[in-house]
Design a binder for this molecule. Structure first.
Ligand code: TYD
Length: 138
């Protein structure tokens, strides 16, 4: 599976009266080999995760519990997606600005990443990001 832009995709779901099960694997349903997983939880009401982009890493964001909004921006597209189902993943390619907000009570955001943590890969300033993608600054 290969995506070129931010994409919401269905994760296979094995329905079972004992509880549903969803799985991603590479190669297969994961668009990249995930080498790092982290999750965001115990989120206070009204919290906003500061926006950033990555030079090279790719990621997938999944709402394991509850819901939240992810806003993505690339050189040609801005979209806001509500994640609320454990069998949906939002693929984020490199050089995508992303922000997460509107967390519900008990929300858990799972993030699968293609790279080890490396602060050098982060672009945390929006003007710097616009400069890199060649976007006019309003
Ligand atoms: P940050 O990148 O600000 O979180 P978000 O992705 O929600 O914007 O990370 C918060 C802190 O956690 C920051 O000090 C860096 C640290 N951190 C790690 O040490 N390893 C990791 O894999 C991640 C994602 C963050």
């Amino acid at each position: 599976m290969v995506f070129e832009k931010p994409t919401l995709f269905e994760i296979p779901k094995i329905c079972d009266p004992r509880g549903n099960l969803s799985v991603l694997q590479y190669p297969g349903t994961l668009p990249f080999e995930a080498v790092r997983t982290y999750w965001i939880y115990d989120i206070p009401g009204g919290a906003i995760r500061d926006g950033h982009a990555y030079h090279s890493q790719q990621e997938i964001i999944i709402a394991l519990s509850g819901s939240f909004d992810v806003t993505t921006e690339t050189d040609d597209e801005r979209q806001r997606v509500t994640l609320s189902r454990s069998n949906q993943g939002l693929y984020i390619p490199p050089l995508t600005w992303r922000e997460i907000d509107r967390f519900s009570t008990n929300a858990v955001a799972l993030i699968l990443s293609s790279s080890l943590y490396n602060e050098i890969d982060y672009i945390r300033d929006k003007k710097t990001y616009y400069g890199i993608i060649g976007h006019e600054i309003e």
